[in-house]
Design a protein around this ligand. Sequence first.
Ligand SMILES: [Zn+2]
Length: 230
Amino acid sequence: MAHSTAPQPAADLSPRRPGLPARCGVRGCGCEDPRQLRNLANLVTIIRTVASLALVATAAAQHSWPWLAAGYLTYWIGDSADGNIARFQHQETRFGAVFDVVCDRINCVSCALVFLQFIDAPWPIAVFLFQFVVVDLPLTLLPMRWPVLSPNYFFLIDRLAYTLNWHVVAKVTNTTLLITLLVLLPHHQWVALVAASTVLLIKIWSLGRVLRLRVPKDTLHVPQGALAGA
Ligand SMILES: [Zn+2]
């Protein structure tokens, strides 16, 4: 597929490293991947994953709320920190995107399971776990079939799937809504169950939509002609 030149006139389109292809100038295109795995962003991902897991394990061993809160906060703050470091230090890689998504699962699952020690809400948690691991994990890895840096740039391919799943509001909602509802309304768990089920349905629908999208044969750059598509 032919590839037009960059929208920004004076942009530096040289390869990120010698031997890599020239860049097309589209922010978030896979051609921006520096293919450098040893960077601060990935280090922060490893540290927040291990630290949160250790804090949550301590919470389980000591049956302690504050340790669980610390584990959840460590996951949450670390997860926004690694993403922001990657963005602002130009350390976004396709490997880092996948690595971050997988690490999110172990942190969120461990928090959710130990949370059950304190608030007895097996059904909302079960629906959340199914949604987050069985549906959202493959859904969030699917954008890597396209030449994008990460799901955070899937608006380059499909704006609706991006907005529902990888816009920052959608991501924050998916990792905080259930716990907020269960903490604020522990005696009205049906609210959390309805919310978790609604998210599950949106995720299943999104998975079907993204699976049906056409995958381009040219995998070097995002198709710029398709950017205006709805
Ligand atoms: Zn490109």
